[in-house]
Design a protein around this ligand. Sequence first.
Ligand SMILES: Cc1cc2nc3c(=O)[nH]c(=O)nc-3n(C[C@H](O)[C@H](O)[C@H](O)COP(=O)(O)OP(=O)(O)OC[C@H]3O[C@@H](n4cnc5c(N)ncnc54)[C@H](O)[C@@H]3O)c2cc1C
Ligand code: FES
Length: 348
Amino acid sequence: MTRERSAYHELRIARIVQETADTRSFVLDVPAALRDRFAYRAGQFLTFEVPWRETTLGRCYSLSSSPACDAELVFTVKRVAEGRVSNWMHDALRAGDAVRVLPPAGHFVLDAGSTRPLVLLGGGSGITPLFSILKTALATTERRARLVYANRDADSIIFRESLAALAARHRARLAMHHHLDAERGFLDAAGLRTALAGETDAEFYLCGPTPFMDLVESVLREAGVPRARIRVERFVSPPDGAVPEAVRAAGGPQSAAGPRTITVHLDGATHELLYAPGKTILQTAREAGLSPPFACEEAYCGSCIATLVQGRVEMAACHALDASEIEDGLILTCQAKPISPVCEVRWD
Ligand SMILES: Cc1cc2nc3c(=O)[nH]c(=O)nc-3n(C[C@H](O)[C@H](O)[C@H](O)COP(=O)(O)OP(=O)(O)OC[C@H]3O[C@@H](n4cnc5c(N)ncnc54)[C@H](O)[C@@H]3O)c2cc1C
Ligand code: FES
């Protein structure tokens, strides 16, 4: 693990809120000196480092609080059967305890420039970033919103009362559709189309179990919604220590030696950087004094995603991107090493 270059902080748990039988929210106490560092956008997550036997495990948890509506930072954890960190959070963490945590990161956020309606589709714990995005959009924009939220049964609905209060307060702008497996079986394509009510001109935010996301993505793509308007957050854990097979990305000639320099576009500027063999693109950019986004450095959080404009890279691991995203030219810069004479990368 390359933790030393990531700035972990110790924050105290101020309070714990039992949301449902298997879900708890943890309210963080952020000291005044760290408030700027922990400023966040709705939809972002925190990365935690948690002690586990003789080692540590890294896990991401989305902020369920809204930067526009809530004074405190809150993350919400659902127990996963046999899951190590989620159960540790529930069973070991108490108010007053400190946790090691990286500042907020992630691209699953509201597009500030857009006025399109929002359609948020969540399953189970996938509601956490969507809840933050929904509260923020209703408080700070005029956008219409629709939430489709799938759960096992009524008792599993996380933030049930807060969601009902939001729906009542924003009756004219917010449509809310709860799907309960216990009543209607798993959500299927026909049920989803009904819940979407013909909404195709919106921006879509998806977060939930993989089969749920696959269903939603296929229904949206069938309805002609372009990929650029579908944002996806995947709740995955990084693998334990296994050295994964390398994933290659993009076409073009391959050269084991890699390039002498790489070109990177970041924050509207273009930089030509000297490339030392063996370094990742993220390392190269940071060592040149740039500040590209990153968090876990272990291929699972997606904070470091960039577009490969030219060339070819090899990624040691790639859990945060699916095959079609890799095909579209997205790469994880914390993993990607150039393997072609020319390499050009853009952080959007
Ligand atoms: C960006 C992001 C945001 C997230 N936000 C949230 C959030 O807001 N709320 C939330 O609840 N979760 C969230 N997650 C998911 C969270 O990070 C964890 O993945 C989740 O809590 C499970 O972690 P765990 O350690 O409890 O389970 P793990 O120990 O990782 O286990 C996961 C599953 O794998 C199985 N397993 C464990 N070890 C092994 C093994 N060695 N071999 C085979 N199977 C094994 C377990 O039985 C379990 O079913 C988010 C993830 C990401 C990437
Ligand atoms: S920094 Fe987390 S995937 Fe690259």
